[in-house]
Design a protein around this ligand. Structure first.
Ligand code: CMP
Length: 132
């Protein structure tokens, strides 16, 4: 089992539809450990800081508005690649069968979950939400 950690988010669309436990269970059943987890509601400024890497993208403003539009659940898990495989492709329409985004995602914006894409970003993202 890998010692690396990743930051995972259950986004507002999935929290609103009471999918947090279902999504956590998919991770757990596939041998991922949820090391820490908390439900929070961030401001648009905080979302803008979190998604800074996307600031040049045309969807940046909508993305930040969306992540701050309702409660989210942020989690630390113990493997980056396993998390990303279970989430599926960013666009639910392109995600493989039985991935979280295929099962629950509504659109590329409301795609239910986020997961860090690299060890470097995972460290930054964990620090961002769990610094205290
Ligand atoms: P996430 O993994 O949280 O990382 C950035 C988010 O931007 C992504 O999931 C999508 O929800 C959102 N997004 C919106 N439009 C696009 C796009 N065209 N390409 C990639 N991500 C997009």
């Amino acid at each position: 089992m890998s010692n690396e950690q990743t930051l995972s988010i259950v986004k507002p669309d999935a929290v609103e539809r009471n999918l947090v436990e279902d999504i956590k269970n998919i991770f757990i059943k596939n041998s991922l450990n949820i090391i820490d987890s908390k439900k929070i509601h961030i401001t648009k400024d905080e979302a803008s800081e979190f998604y800074k890497v996307h600031q040049s993208k045309p969807f940046y403003n909508d993305l930040c508005a969306y992540l701050s539009s309702g409660p989210i659940v942020v989690m630390i898990e113990n493997a980056i690649l396993a998390n990303r495989k279970l989430m599926g492709a960013t666009n639910p329409k392109e995600a493989e069968e039985n991935t979280i985004r295929k099962l629950y995602g509504i659109s590329i914006d409301k795609n239910s979950v986020h997961g860090s894409d690299s060890l470097e970003n995972a460290k930054k993202e964990i620090e961002f939400f769990f610094k205290n």
